[in-house]
Design a protein around this ligand. Structure first.
Ligand code: SF4
Length: 465
């Protein structure tokens, strides 16, 4: 079969991946990891092409022309709640020429009802690092892990197999993705590639969809086959998209040592302040890691505890300090607007971001992501509408009120925190000194202005719902 892996077009620059979707906060667009993984799985059995209309900034008309030119039998498309209205219109038109399968956050919950209303959609997939897609394409209906199918009695979500603890995927076909159009704020060099060495996350954080997926690891040998292939293509910079690199310390150190043996890689990844031990961080730095993204979430002890992150403010401070001692840049991610949020807790969050001496701050607004315990909680409390499928997980528009703050107050607070963090003369000077090449300077300047534009535009009310 001819299979087209499709990231559909959108008016905005959107990121749809890993059962999340959002508008880009500054300028970044990285490779959609679901399609990267599927490129290996599907190419083992079929002729595969990739069309990333976001990276290529295609209009719907241009993207339609490219889809028709590819003449696929099957299109496997990403969809997202951030662009759901556009996605369903575009894919309904694609379905006149090809079978359409899809995956994305908006299908992660109540997929049977949704498929009843969307006749263009043949099946919805709820896992991408599994054999579900190749099995389904081969006509196998047993042993599917988690797929919503059309049956004679209507759409039905089938969960028949648990899946092994370790998953194997044939080498992802990075060469099928556009050579240009991807940007990653923390990359030190270009080109960069996005890769995954594990899947899901073993932690139960209430607001996070990744924690609802079964945690699995990929054989280390498979990871290095992929890395070495990327190196033959001249790629030395990686975004290792594992949600908690080194969740198993021994495996993390083994991976980091493998990177070190290659001697020419530099990379960014996510990790947790409590699991990032000195031994792990030392191995990561030797392996070329230069930036870690850590979930700080809140500077308020009660708000943090309610997320079930499983660490305290002191553990966060110790983890960040450890990473910085090892010479890593630390990006702190925060969620504002969680149910217990108040003006006071937001002030403590800002103070914490400043005290931790973070290199970057990434602010997200709490949104009820599909399939999460947080979503169930806010629906129960009547703070959100279950029928509302469109949302932007970047928080460009504040989605929820809290018990003490209105939606507009949450939105205003987010903008204020961003501006107060980034527009400090000392901070800007430090950023400038950290830049290693004219190209990195140009990229960071563009990212900074994009972030500023978004926050100032929102201050004028243009993106506040
Ligand atoms: S540790 Fe990170 S990836 Fe894992 S569930 Fe919590 S927020 Fe999600």
């Amino acid at each position: 079969m001819r299979v087209l892996l499709l990231n559909p077009p959108s008016r905005q620059v959107v990121i749809r991946d890993y059962l999340c979707s959002k508008t880009t906060k500054s300028n970044y667009v990285f490779h959609p990891i679901d399609l990267v993984v599927l490129s290996g799985l599907v190419a083992a059995h079929h002729a595969v092409e990739v069309l990333d209309a976001i990276a290529e900034r295609l209009t719907p008309e241009e993207a339609h022309a490219r889809v028709r030119g590819a003449a696929p039998d099957v299109v496997i498309a990403l969809v997202g709640s951030v662009s759901w209205a556009e996605d369903r219109t575009f894919l309904a038109a694609v379905a006149r020429h090809a079978r359409v399968l899809a995956l994305g956050d908006v299908l992660h919950e109540a997929s049977e009802q949704l498929m009843s209303a969307e006749s263009w959609l043949e099946a919805a997939f709820h896992r991408f690092a599994s054999d579900d897609v190749p099995r389904y394409l081969a006509g196998e209906r047993s042993q599917l892990e988690d797929v919503t199918l059309r049956t004679p009695s209507g759409p039905q979500r089938i969960r028949t197999a648990k899946g092994a603890r370790e998953y194997h995927i044939p080498r992802p076909r990075h060469e099928l993705f556009p050579a240009r159009g991807y940007h990653f704020s923390f990359a030190r060099r270009t080109p960069f590639a996005t890769l995954l060495t594990d899947y899901g996350c073993p932690y139960p954080c209430t607001f996070c969809v990744i924690g609802t997926l079964p945690y699995r690891t990929r054989p280390v040998a498979d990871v290095f086959e992929e890395v070495d292939h990327l190196r033959t293509r001249g790629v030395r910079e990686l975004f290792v998209m594992d949600q908690t690199f080194g969740v198993n310390e021994g495996r993390g150190i083994t991976l980091a040592r493998g990177f070190a043996e290659r001697g020419d890689l530099s990379w960014t990844t996510f990790t947790r302040p409590d699991t990032a031990t000195d031994a792990l961080l030392a191995a990561m730095v030797s392996g070329g890691c230069h930036t870690v993204i850590m979930g700080i979430e809140s500077g308020d002890a009660a708000v943090l505890a309610a997320t079930k992150k499983g660490y305290t403010l002191d553990e966060v401070a110790a983890g960040v300090a450890r990473a910085k001692r090892h010479g890593l840049r630390v990006v702190g991610t925060f969620v504002v607007g969680l149910p217990g949020e108040t003006h006071g807790s937001l002030e403590r969050t800002l103070q914490r971001a400043l005290d931790l001496d973070l290199d970057f701050m990434s602010l997200n607004v709490a949104v009820p992501r599909f399939g999460t315990p947080f979503r169930r909680e806010v629906l129960r409390a009547g703070l959100a509408d279950a029928a509302e499928l469109s949302m932007d997980q970047s928080g460009s528009a504040a989605f929820l009120p809290t018990t003490a703050l209105t939606r507009e107050e949450v939105a205003r607070a987010k903008r204020r925190l961003n501006l107060r963090f980034y527009l400090r003369p000392g901070y800007l000077w430090r950023r400038l000194r950290d830049v290693r090449s004219p190209r990195e300077l140009a990229r960071q300047t563009a990212e900074g202005f994009a972030l500023l534009r978004r926050n100032l535009a929102a201050r004028d009310g243009s993106s506040v719902q």
